[in-house]
Design a protein around this ligand. Sequence first.
Ligand SMILES: Cc1cc2nc3c(=O)[nH]c(=O)nc-3n(C[C@H](O)[C@H](O)[C@H](O)COP(=O)(O)OP(=O)(O)OC[C@H]3O[C@@H](n4cnc5c(N)ncnc54)[C@H](O)[C@@H]3O)c2cc1C
Length: 408
Amino acid sequence: MKDRHCIIIGGSHAAAQLAPSLRQNGWDSDITIIGAEPVLPYHRPPLSKTYLSGDKNIHDILIRPHSFYTDNDIHTMLGDRAESIDRKRKVVVMADGAEIPYTKLALTTGSHVRKIGLPGVDLGGVFYLRELDDVDRIRHYVGRGKKAVIVGGGYIGLETAAALRKLGMDVTVLEALPRVLQRVTAPEVSAFYTRIHREEGVDIVTDTAIGSIQGNGDVNAVTCQDGTVLDADLVIIGIGILPATELAGNAGLEVDNGIVVDEFARTSDHDIVAAGDCTYHYNPIYDRHLRLESVQNAVDQAKVAAATLCGKLEPYSALPWFWSDQYDLKLQIAGLSQGFDQVIIRGDIETSRSFAAFYLREGKLIAVDAVNRPKEFMISKRALMHHFSPDPVKLADDSLKIQDVLKP
Ligand SMILES: Cc1cc2nc3c(=O)[nH]c(=O)nc-3n(C[C@H](O)[C@H](O)[C@H](O)COP(=O)(O)OP(=O)(O)OC[C@H]3O[C@@H](n4cnc5c(N)ncnc54)[C@H](O)[C@@H]3O)c2cc1C
């Protein structure tokens, strides 16, 4: 059937995987990617790392070159927003009212930044960081010796702090909670990152919430809720994201902390799949529904979604993994640490720049944070799939080979 049309809404990691996976699974009809950003799908993680620091440019971070899409007959509509979905008539309605018929539809709409309602948030020099265009605009406010205030001590805030330090800015990170990375790591790991950032010259201020932003056209200061005033030439707000579910919700698809999909990436309408940050999906390894914000999830789930659209039902069952680059530190995370009751540290977390933190629940390994420890990361991934219960004393002993300690 050559006259079928698969439309993919959202032009990022999940879309850039879903389209070629459709071809690999034998989809020989039309494929269109509709993406609101006016660029080909690009790697988003470098935005707070090497793209912000200027070490990489747009050509370096494109997921696939332009020729890939033309060679594989994948039509792209970039800088175009899908406004609604009419499921009865099977058409996507564009912002300009144009209607595009589909046979199958894939939603890869990702997420939006969580916004903050504060006086002064609309001043020049105040940004959220999600898209390429955000970083291109941020650049105008970057400069050696200028002052940056970053609101939010999560991964994106800390990566941004590292990149701006590299560019010679004076950087303060404001975190409302008692420690950075509080929602995602153990206190030991938070303390490690606080130490490193301070060693690199970043001012980390915890237990302190932003109150308002001052300026005259452009920002010039931030006032904290405790009355402290910080000079600022640039403010970057990184306080999390929300899944982009409006299209799905308005079309009557089931939404609950993301677009609800089954293990085959099918929404409540089986002609419509969804993949990536926008989904709330069942993960058999953890035996619960999850919403993940990671490239691994976007790519792996997109492969499953493409197979489903081609009639091959392959359940999605992947171990979540993630990474964060700050200074010379490569953090690799495997598994999900929520609910841990024990943390085992391997290596000198207090003075060195390399260690692994293993998270256990009822004796079973559930996650690892490995900093400059690729071997621990790789071996842990295998042990995590086997729900392995390691010996905590041996795990902490850095003189033993990790492959011997985590042998399932
Ligand atoms: C600064 C930053 C650093 C990150 N670092 C890491 C990292 O180190 N490691 C990691 O694993 N993950 C990282 N992430 C997260 C990772 O980038 C996301 O998990 C990933 O991009 C999700 O891909 P996605 O395709 O699901 O959605 P997204 O990348 O969010 O893309 C969704 C796209 O859909 C478009 N869209 C939405 N609605 C519509 C519509 N109606 N019509 C047309 N287009 C639409 C959006 O404009 C967007 O381009 C980072 C994210 C950011 C912002």
